[in-house]
Design a protein around this ligand. Structure first.
Ligand SMILES: [Mn+2]
Length: 400
């Protein structure tokens, strides 16, 4: 990215309003004066010079609700004046916004290094209960919220935390089947909204798919040793659609990067039957969107969730179940993603679990509704059609 010339900077300048601060930052020290003007800022503060240390300049930015990593310190000035008999001092720091273009290439090698193995030691326990790990909407590639790196670290950490929860639940339930559901929109892709998301998508399509595949691989390596029976399912999300013609036309409903990533993992696992021979992989049949599989006697239907209006999951389900060719009439549990928030609802013996997204925030949704993200995944305990326990796992120390 070339350094902008002065002319360019001048012609790109815009009248930015005062810095927006959250409630906490408004409780400011009124002996401070801050000015933010586009790509420059200054803070003047009445403190003794001996209190100025290396990180003082940036710590004042943080106190004002700005992200210090977005700024560089460019200047420092000290003033002294007499007030009565007292000599007072104040310091003034100036800053400029770091040149960190949104679309700069990401350090992918470092990101992949972060996918360290996490293998709890277990002799593939047996048991009658199933443990579900429900993951939706990473939308790798999107710049929203804490971006690709935040979403990636959150996803890996949540999977690791899910393995820890399995460890805890095993003290109460004999768990013999671990099932990981990949509920779609794992890549941001370039087909959504007719490609209108392209500028805000930071990774190439293959990079998005590679991250998805490797995160799925991480889940396989993590959970494969943890039960005598392990399964992974993936369903196509709208963002994962491989091709759209004229903005809407599909090839087939099963033509999806979300599911192809899991097929690649299945192919790799087949090469190591001693490690992964007990693991099953499921994607929808040709031109289908649903995976139906049984976990510890519970019939679990997977669907990304883009074929019903928000809140209308039971209407959609009952419509599908009316078709005698559909397996939906035997399903006990429907799991889906797409709506980016946790939504759990029971209707008679049927249970619906909508998972949160793994991305931290949908900027579009926040601007439209005011609601920010509450990312995470859901784990559940199931047996014989009943799912008595389900809860969300959010990453600790990674964004939200
Ligand atoms: Mn979706």
């Amino acid at each position: 990215m070339p350094v902008p010339s002065e002319l360019l900077e001048e012609l790109l300048a815009k009248p930015v309003g005062p810095a927006l601060t959250g409630r906490e930052a408004q409780e400011r020290d009124y002996t401070r004066k801050i000015e933010v003007n586009g790509s420059t800022a200054s803070i003047e503060v009445a403190i003794p010079i001996e209190n100025v240390e290396d990180d003082t300049a940036l710590s004042f930015l943080a106190a004002e609700g700005l992200d210090p990593t977005d700024w560089e310190v460019t200047g420092f000035r000290r003033s002294e004046w007499e007030s009565g008999d007292e000599l007072k001092t104040s310091v003034r720091f100036t800053y400029k916004r770091s040149e960190k273009p949104l679309r700069a290439p990401l350090p992918l090698d470092e990101i992949f290094d972060g996918l360290a193995d996490y293998t709890p030691i277990y002799d593939r326990p047996t048991g009658s209960y199933g443990f579900l790990v429900l993951v939706g909407d990473m939308q790798f590639g999107k710049i929203d919220g804490d971006g690709v790196e935040g979403t990636l670290h959150r996803t890996v950490e949540c999977l690791n935390l899910a393995a820890d929860w399995l460890d805890r639940y095993r003290e109460i339930f004999d768990i013999g089947h671990v099932h990981i559901a990949w509920l779609g929109d794992h890549v941001e892709g370039f087909v959504s909204q007719g490609g209108a998301n392209t500028w805000r998508t930071q990774l190439t399509l293959n990079e998005q798919i590679r991250l998805t595949r490797r995160v799925m691989l991480h889940s396989l390596k993590t959970f494969a040793p943890m039960a005598e029976k392990v399964s992974l399912a993936a369903v196509p999300g709208n963002h994962g659609e491989a091709v759209r013609f004229g903005g809407t036309g599909l090839t087939r409903y099963d033509d999806s990067h979300d599911t192809e990533a899991l097929i690649a993992v299945a192919d790799a696992a087949a090469m190591l039957p001693e490690a992964f021979g007990h693991v099953d992989f499921f994607v929808p049949d040709t031109d289908e969107l649903i995976v139906m599989t049984e976990v510890a006697g519970t019939k679990v239907a997977h669907h990304h969730g883009h074929k019903w209006r928000p809140g209308k999951h039971f209407d959609w389900w009952s419509g599908q179940a009316f078709n005698r060719d559909s397996a939906m009439h035997v399903a006990d549990l429907l799991v889906s993603g797409h709506l980016h928030h946790r939504h759990i609802e029971q209707d008679g013996s049927r249970l619906f679990i909508g998972t949160p997204a793994m991305e931290s925030d949908s900027t579009w949704f926040r601007h439209n509704t005011g609601t920010g993200g509450a990312p995470g995944l859901i784990v559940a305990i199931t047996k014989d059609g009943h799912t008595p326990i389900e809860h969300m796992i959010a990453a600790e120390g990674v964004g939200n």
